[in-house]
Design a protein around this ligand. Structure first.
Ligand code: NAD
Length: 492
């Protein structure tokens, strides 16, 4: 929804033009061409949206949960019908391949499906005769107005980690998507507009830091869900909680994989390559450190180098492309600078993805698959979230040594192992310091039926996204203890 190349906000059931004086270009990272512009909405527009949400909340909170999920069923079908359109728009603004874009929407739609189970998911519990003649009940009630702030790398899926649960449980919800990829959310809200939600229940406010700060400071907003980089996650968590809000803030990652000598090397190589270079390494669950154990080193390194050099890099909408560009020219420059620093830390650039071009897309922000070998586990490269198609290789003699490397880091989003031995797998599962563990899996992304988040510097908060945690995050429990003595009852 645009007027004159300017994206609109969606407030109180209407597409509205922002009064922003500042608009940012939304770029196609494969072509370096501007697709549209997005408003940096001022704080006053957040306030107007919160007021409309508070008005809508009065009716929405009293709408039976079975009725509240009916527009979500419609939304699920609209999302299915528009999968191709989402695939195209996500690829255009984010750069990933069409197949990756459709796959992320599929994951998002699953959250809509799960949230449609709210009539069961938000049930409380009770005890009759908790004391003689006294019954005790726990109810879940919505919070009120809640908001989510989302990152660039999954513009279709990540808003759906939050939005369906928030509204199914009776809240009104405001989305502030990444200003780098706001078009996917425009498409989502075009469908929300058709799904039959009352005005004000779901709203879209575009913007940047000023818009985020207005959400964090607004007394009418009860809870904040955030996904993005660790420094911003920390900031959002501190400011939101200092203002008395609930907050769940997912941050950055640096995900290791251990390759045991008994692993099936062919499948391990294929899966690790897909994880490290799929979505150009811009997944929070991308593998970015591979630790080979003992004899795994030579065979795995050789096979992985072949996989890196043979991966087809191109425009995500082009036939056969297996990997697209990174998100911005600044991101490309930052990633290439880190690759350039590898030698200084004693590492070897085994496969160099710098200074390569894609025919017909010479201005695109492409970095090709890169492998840094013999990376120092205690060096800067081992600690830094590169968020690009760069895999760092390290080597260990035993699984215990490998586990020590895995746990020697600030982040804790995901850790994986490839092995054919159940006991080794169990040892790893038990000891890995991460919120998501993959065993012979390269992207251990939980389905919508399970909660999702990392540990340590990858997450600030308590309740995670998706599933039962989503329902718990967006509801507050009320306990009722009641006594009805027989002598008070009127006898008929
Ligand atoms: P980002 O932190 O730059 O931006 C995320 C959101 O915060 C955006 O909506 C942006 O407008 C806003 N923002 C940015 N700077 C801000 C500031 N100073 N004050 C207030 N708001 C600000 O993240 P990104 O570059 O869009 O996304 C990539 C990052 O997200 C990576 O670090 C990645 O690991 C992480 N990520 C984590 C998960 C997870 O589940 N843990 C999932 C996806 C992405």
């Amino acid at each position: 929804m645009t007027t004159n190349g300017k994206l609109l906000n969606y407030v109180n059931g209407q597409w509205t033009r922002s009064s922003a004086s500042d608009y940012a270009n939304v770029m196609n990272p494969a072509t370096n061409q501007a697709l549209t512009t997005v408003p940096m909405s001022p704080g006053g527009e957040v306030d107007a949206a919160v007021q409309k949400a508070q008005e809508a909340y009065v009716g929405w909170r009293h709408t039976p949960v079975g009725d509240r999920i009916q527009p979500l069923f419609k939304l699920k079908q609209l999302l299915e019908d528009n999968l191709d359109a989402f695939g195209r728009v996500i690829t255009e603004e984010c750069g990933k391949t069409y197949a990756e874009s459709v796959a992320e929407m599929r994951r998002g739609i699953e959250n809509v499906e799960v949230a449609c189970g709210a009539p069961i998911l938000m049930q409380g519990y009770n005890n009759e005769d908790i004391a003689r003649g006294i019954d005790e009940h726990m109810f879940r009630q919505p919070l009120g107005v809640v908001a989510a702030i989302t990152p660039f790398n999954f513009p279709g899926m990540i808003p759906l980690w939050f939005l369906p649960y928030a509204v199914a449980t009776g809240n009104c919800f405001i989305l502030k998507p990444s200003e780098k990829v706001p078009m996917s959310s425009q498409l989502l809200f075009e469908l929300i507009d058709q799904a039959g939600f009352p005005a004000g229940v779901l709203q879209l406010i575009n913007g940047g830091k000023e818009t985020v700060d207005a959400l964090l400071d607004h007394p009418g907003i009860r809870a904040i869900s955030f996904v993005g980089s660790t420094p911003v996650a920390k900031y959002v968590y501190s400011r939101a909680t200092a203002n008395g809000k609930r907050a769940q803030c997912q941050g950055g990652a640096k995900n290791p994989v251990v390759i045991m000598p008994d692993a099936d090397m062919e499948s391990a190589t294929r899966i690790v390559a897909d994880s490290a270079w799929g979505c150009a390494g811009q997944r929070c669950l991308a593998l970015s450190v591979a630790v080979t154990v003992g004899e795994a080193k030579n065979e795995f390194t050789e096979m992985l180098a072949d996989a890196a050099t043979s991966r087809k890099v191109g425009y995500g909408l082009a036939e056969g492309a297996e990997m697209g560009p990174v998100i911005t020219s600044e991101s490309k420059a930052r990633i290439e600078k880190i690759i350039g620093q590898a030698g200084g830390e004693g590492a070897n650039v085994l496969v160099d993805g710098r200074n390569k071009q894609v025919g017909g897309y010479e201005d695109g922000y492409f970095v090709f698959p890169t492998i840094l070998d013999n990376v120092n586990p205690n060096g800067e490269i081992a600690k830094t979230e590169i968020f690009g198609p760069v895999l760092s290789m390290m080597h260990a003699n035993t699984v215990e040594d490998a586990l020590a490397i895995v746990n020697n880091r600030a982040y804790g989003n995901m850790a994986c192992i490839f092995t054919s031995d159940g006991n080794t797998a169990r040892q790893f599962r038990y000891g890995a310091d991460a919120g998501n563990v993959g065993i012979n899996i390269g992207v251990a992304a939980p389905m919508a039926y399970f909660p999702f988040s990392g540990w340590n510097e990858s997450f600030f908060g308590d309740l995670h996204a998706q599933s039962r945690h989503g329902v718990e995050f967006y509801t507050q429990t009320k306990v009722v203890v009641e006594r009805w003595p027989r002598e008070w009852s009127r006898k008929f």
